[in-house]
Design a protein around this ligand. Structure first.
Ligand SMILES: C[S@@+](CC[C@H](N)C(=O)[O-])C[C@H]1O[C@@H](n2cnc3c(N)ncnc32)[C@H](O)[C@@H]1O
Length: 309
């Protein structure tokens, strides 16, 4: 089964993760398997990758596509928030690097039937895993209060027009349930007709997906787990696609790479906070202009890397 997804900043990921021959690595978001495949080639002949995805179809596709790697690739359909348990269950020790490439894959945008794309008319679902997650985007737009929906659009989409979009959604749902992405897009386009390259529904879709999958809390949880799993000198590389995720990663990196961040006016601080990471990328690494030209979806990607002390 081919994948439509192009791995983002592949050379940069390999450069900063610096994978070593015969060592073990984790890809927490395998998607189409582009990064995993490159890692497996770098760490051969005996290095292994434990690769997760919350979406069962990503696991099935990658299983088939990367079968040549046999038992050097272990695929698990689960959320990366359960990383510690998965590592323990799989007896996957001595982990030298972890990659998290957050967000959505092109495969999910193009044919998931789960409503991730505003360009297709599909059920308004947006769950990465319909088996373990009960909350859908349909439930949010049809049953949450106007104030709650507005908060989702403002906080998770940074949508400046959250007030008007929410008002229009709540007006529409008085007459009929909003069940498809096409219906939601129509509501938004009625108030903001399409102009320019960025679709007016982009931020609303992003916000709903983040809320449905609790994505920001997931990122916070996996950062804590990574510190426990990696060997000293092991690296964690994270690619984010919007400012909220990047802020969480940046703040965590800053906080955990200093011994103490208490206010400097304290005479002698006894907080005992010890740095557990060393920052490898002082500034986020961005895709080259050439890559953005070839793959417009990567335009907002930011790569940050830290190393366990
Ligand atoms: C940007 S894609 C990864 C693409 C991949 N690096 C490649 O080269 O093809 C992000 C993937 O993360 C998965 N995902 C999102 N949240 C997840 C979570 N909490 N746990 C595991 N996978 C998750 C999505 O299902 C999606 O397949």
């Amino acid at each position: 089964m081919p994948t439509q997804h192009k791995p983002v900043m592949l050379n940069e990921v390999l450069h900063y993760l610096a994978p070593q021959t015969n060592k073990n690595y984790i890809d927490g978001t395998v998607g189409g398997g582009g990064h995993t495949e490159a890692l497996l080639r770098e760490i051969g002949p005996k290095g292994r990758v434990l690769a997760l995805d919350w979406d069962a179809s990503a696991i099935a596709r990658t299983q088939e596509r990367l079968k040549e790697f046999k038992d050097r690739l272990i695929l698990v359909n689960d959320s990366y928030i359960n990383l510690e348990k998965i590592v323990y269950d799989q007896k996957f020790n001595e982990v030298s690097g972890i990659l998290l490439d957050l967000g959505l894959s092109s495969d999910q945008l193009q044919n998931s039937q789960r409503g991730f794309s505003f360009q297709l008319d599909e059920p308004l679902d947006m769950r990465f895993d319909p088996n373990t997650n009960e909350l859908t985007a349909t439930e949010i737009v049809n049953t949450w209060s106007e104030e709650e929906i507005r908060k989702v659009l403002r906080e998770f989409g940074e949508e400046k027009s959250a007030f008007r979009i929410t008002q229009a959604i709540c007006e529409e749902r008085k007459t009929k349930e909003i069940k498809t992405t096409g219906e939601l897009v129509e509501i938004i386009l009625k108030i903001f007709p399409r102009r320019g390259k960025i679709h007016p529904a982009t931020k609303t879709f992003q916000a709903l997906r983040i809320a449905v999958n609790d994505e920001l809390n997931n990122v916070k949880k996996v950062l804590e787990s990574a510190a426990k799993i990696l060997v000293p000198g092991g690296r964690l590389a994270i690619i984010t696609f919007h400012s909220l995720e990047d802020r969480i990663v940046k703040q965590y990196f800053k906080q955990e790479s200093h011994d103490c961040l208490c206010p400097s006016e304290l005479p002698i601080c006894k907080c005992g906070h010890k740095a557990i990471w060393k920052i490898i990328t002082k500034k986020p690494v961005l895709p080259s202009a050439e890559e953005v030209k070839e793959n417009f979806r990567c335009r907002s990607a930011k790569l940050r890397v830290i190393e366990k002390i």
